[in-house]
Write a protein that binds this ligand. Structure first.
Ligand code: APR
Length: 247
């Protein structure tokens, strides 16, 4: 029996793949069909806002499809947070709401400092360029959509962190990395910074585990790596952790 410890979990698009959402860099991924420079930078939005809005409107609409649901991996992580007596910070690079929905199903976390943090923003939120208000947003955005807070039209953008922008929650993430006893990376290729650098920040203070369909460029930086589908690896990992801590 081991005493529970704080955990930091990082997820990427791979954890949502078996729910039916595309990843970015797999052969059938999003960046195989559209260029980052055309839809995921502030320059793209300034150059052609309608094209950027259309890209995110389509991805936001996909989340409204009843077939897109949290899978066993999302649910296992939510179950861990609901039972683990030390803080679990679930940092996701994903902008879908599948972790949020899994957390709603699992109930409140066991520790008050446990949280879900979307470091690249959220598809189901919009941000006003005029007044900086962030709104829950499930519908399409266009150049004529007015901000519910300031009433200005044309200033609402997807609440997504684009390439070249600063990810959200970095202070909290770095503080959690400095305190954790375990860091687990799930379903991410480890090619995008700063998330790709989290494992190196542990400097051996915490155990590190990679759960991914296949080896990544960062695999060698982890104490242990297991390869396979997230819906198989993650529930097994969570069950073993909870059993070992008697949680
Ligand atoms: N189970 C586990 N892992 C999987 C599965 C699966 N079923 N399917 C794919 N994977 C793995 C792939 O092997 C790959 O290593 O998920 C990873 C997905 O990598 P990317 O497509 O690069 O996605 P991600 O790492 O989340 O990208 C990071 O880049 O484009 C930006 O902002 C975007 O948040 C995104 C960031």
């Amino acid at each position: 029996m081991t005493a529970p410890f704080p955990i930091v979990i990082l997820t990427g698009a791979g954890i949502s793949r078996e729910s039916g959402l595309a990843t970015f860099r797999d052969p059938d991924g999003i960046w195989a069909k559209v260029r980052i420079e055309d839809v995921a930078t502030p320059q793209a939005f300034a150059r052609d806002p309608a094209r950027v809005q259309a890209f995110y409107n389509a991805r936001r609409a996909q989340l409204r499809d009843a077939a897109i649901r949290p899978n066993a991996a999302h649910l296992a992580l939510a179950g861990l947070a609901a039972r683990w007596p030390e803080p679990v910070l679930l940092v996701t690079q994903n902008v879908d709401d599948l972790h949020d929905r899994a957390a709603a199903e699992a109930g409140p976390p066991a520790h008050p400092d446990s949280a879900l943090l979307h470091m690249h923003g959220e598809l189901l939120k919009a941000r006003c360029l005029r007044c900086d208000a962030v709104h829950a947003w499930a519908d399409d955005l266009s150049a004529t959509t007015a901000c519910p807070a300031c009433g200005e039209a044309g200033g609402l953008r997807p609440h997504i962190v684009w390439f070249g922008e600063i990810p959200l929650g970095m202070d909290r993430i770095e503080d959690a990395l400095s305190r954790c006893g375990l860091f687990v990376s799930i379903g991410t290729s480890g090619q995008v910074w700063p998330a790709a650098g989290f494992v190196a920040q542990l400097r051996g203070r915490a155990r590190s585990l990679e759960l991914n369909l296949e080896p990544t460029e960062g695999t060698r930086l982890f104490d242990e790596a297991r390869h396979g589908p997230a819906t198989q690896l993650v529930p097994d990992f969570v069950a073993t952790l909870l059993r070992g801590a008697g949680a």
